[in-house]
Design a protein around this ligand. Structure first.
Ligand SMILES: [Zn+2]
Length: 199
């Protein structure tokens, strides 16, 4: 993959040409994929206060006038990695207490209320603006996806942690389909065959 294309992975490009997650879950998927460990640190779309603010505004997670501090951006990055751990756990396993603690802590400051429109249709809406509101929206999406069952198909690549939506019938997809992860996976399978006791 060319560097120009790599920089678009997670937004315009999905590895392997997979469709993005359905409905609002796509936004949470983009949040998790605002960075990938295989790419340079400076490509992190929420790596600084300025970049996080631009990204959140583009996604309408915050209002145009909302200011994001460096601490806010750091908090968002911690949350992103915690939610990534949940997606990786969808491969089988548990996300780990430290990760769920991060989400628990985030949810205390990021509250949601049940809104209702004139037709009687309800929706979870953040009660605060700014970064707390953005976090609340993202956690609301996570909760909705768990209710619809879509969340169990949102998987973190076993190798690079990239979040992809597994549409396969038997839910067997294990890696993100970036060519680099495919090769690594094959190498690991080879290694496993030779060393069955390893890991
Ligand atoms: Zn991968």
């Amino acid at each position: 993959m060319k560097e120009r294309d790599k920089r678009r992975v997670g937004e315009q490009i999905e590895p392997g040409g997979r469709p993005k997650a359905p409905g609002r879950l796509e936004l949470l998927q983009r949040f998790i994929n605002s960075y990938n460990h295989d790419f340079p640190r400076e490509w992190d779309r929420i790596g600084t206060a300025e970049r996080a603010q631009a990204w959140l505004q583009e996604k309408r997670l915050v209002a145009t006038g909302d200011r994001i501090s460096a601490a806010d951006a750091a908090r968002l990055r911690d949350l992103r990695e915690a939610i990534r751990a949940l997606a990786i756990a969808n491969q089988g396993g548990r996300p780990g207490g430290a990760r769920t603690d991060v989400i628990r802590k985030a949810s205390r400051a990021a509250q949601l209320s049940v809104a209702i429109d004139d037709t009687g249709r309800t929706a979870l809406e953040p009660t605060r603006s700014g970064v707390d509101g953005a976090v609340a929206t993202l956690l609301g999406i996570l909760h909705e996806a768990q209710l619809t069952g879509h969340w169990s198909r949102m998987k973190g690549c076993r190798k690079c942690g990239y979040a992809f939506f597994d549409r396969s019938k038997n839910r067997s997809a294990a890696w993100c389909a970036m060519s680099i992860c495919g090769n690594r996976t094959k190498n690991r399978a080879y290694y496993r065959r030779r060393r069955p006791a390893a890991r």
